[in-house]
Design a binder for this molecule. Sequence first.
Ligand code: IPE
Ligand code: IPE
Ligand code: MG
Length: 249
Amino acid sequence: MNSNETVLQRFDLDGDRLPAHVAVIMDGNGRWAKSRLLNRIKGHEQGAETVRMVVRTSREIGIPVLTLYAFSSENWQRPQTEISALMRLLKRFLRSEKADMLENNIRFNAIGDLQRLPGDVRQAVDYTMEVTRENTGLLLNLALSYGARDEITAMVRAVAEDVAAGRLRPEDISRQVVSDHLYTRGMPDPDLLIRTSGEMRVSNFLLWQIAYSEIFVTRTLWPDFSREEYLSIIREYQKRDRRFGRVTS
Ligand code: IPE
Ligand code: IPE
Ligand code: MG
């Protein structure tokens, strides 16, 4: 039995039914801080600890792709002080996790309108992608300055350019062509979508890719989200009957 199988057995997980891609809307940092009479930034700091836990757990059990929604295209409308603090935290996270990513064969990738990020953050993101490029284990995909409508708009533009340049015929535009022009090209669609802190909405996250994801919303605020709860959601996911529109006996 290899070490991964031992881990799966210990957590009562079925290795044949692991999600190929887990996507998470990490919500509730502000409410966590507010309930403790703390500044929202403290909530984001504590939330970064949960990110470390979810990355570690995903790697241990052998999840191939993990996408974390860290900053949306709409989040640019938050107060400048909060945006700056989030950018600072992001840089700190990338710096502190580099060794762990290299040691544990984690490949880092960012999706979103990265042009909008401050130069130093963009540099840190590019650098982390570059140094982990050859890794073949967990793909850690961070959605930064990400909005699904922007992503879809960019896809339509790219496809239109291919058509205008004569590289693609309109009748050849397929679902695969669409997928191949999104930021997530080459990745499986999320099997499992988790949102913390109870809000029943998708907030402009991966609109095309979540067409058939299994959705779990927990009331737990992101900084309080534990390894036990993460594992229990994956266990629940493994019990779901995924019909994809068909009839099962
Ligand atoms: C999620 O926590 C983190 C980001 C969106 C960056 P929030 O900051 O949205 O926390 P709440 O929703 O206000 O509690
Ligand atoms: C979604 O959370 C975005 C991220 C988790 C980065 P928000 O807190 O921004 O979403 P809304 O405002 O509840 O839709
Ligand atoms: Mg929120």
